[in-house]
Design a protein around this ligand. Sequence first.
Ligand code: SF4
Length: 321
Amino acid sequence: NDYILEIEDLTVKYITEDSIVSAVNNMSLKLERGNTLGFVGETGAGKTTTAKSIMRLLPEPPTKIESGKIIFNGENILEKSIKHMQSIRGNKISMIFQDPMTALNPVIPIIDQIAEVILLHQTKDRKAAYKRAEEMLEIVEIKKERGEEYPHQFSGGMKQRVVIAIALACTPDLLIADEPTTALDVTIQAQVLKLMHDIKESNNTSMIMITHDLGIVAEACDNVAVIYAGSIVEYGTKEDIFNSHAHPYTEGLFNCIPDLSKTESELIPIKGIMPDPSDLPTGCKFHPRCPYAVDRCSKEEPESKEISDGHMVKCFLEHRK
Ligand code: SF4
């Protein structure tokens, strides 16, 4: 298989004077080129920290990437210099955040903001960069005449389309989208998702879609990593996760949604709360909330086991049979 991204045994901590927070614990995953992988889980599960580690966007300190490898296009980017990362970021790997305004500069016309990233990474020819910026506006279905306008003159959905245009202007190999449609209303959400899908298909871009919305997973993802307390507790194809999920946490996520066809299919938190990452439970991190927990679960941490081809589950399943 041809993998664009392989994460091996990644552990990330935030170290402050009075606490050590385990944000990502021994995480491993592989993303096939051209595929979309969903990161699913509640807020605070470590989804965004993992994504920002891939971008090397976490301030070190207080963040410490304690161990592991992040192999992108065959190279361990954790060994690369800041300068090398700057040449990858926005060029080979791009990220879209939930709030488009964090990515846009309010005092610069949008065409200039798109051209800027092209000038930084792809060409020094200003005319060519502006031509490409206009093309990108058209791809995200914004009339090029509007390029002279400022972000505040655009609606939320249009601003997010501008962000997508910036993120994809250099045709990155990997696009990381962190809750990209959460701030948008439902009809606009669908348009933005379709647009991302179409651009991704035409460029064979690989994608990580961070979401807490299983409706988005159903629509946009090929594979799914269910993340809890900084670890992947279940990993499989979309079909594995939707039709034959096996981890109690995944089951909880699905039980929270009465009707998946409803557009407001956001996750309602499962009984109990996510554990404090500076004081994680012993054994299986999910045991305080798990309806199937037995003695062993609070003492021993389960390994991730393959229950069918590529479908991994981190749980002592035996006693549940
Ligand atoms: Fe529940 Fe035990 Fe499985 Fe953890 S290992 S998910 S506590 S059954």
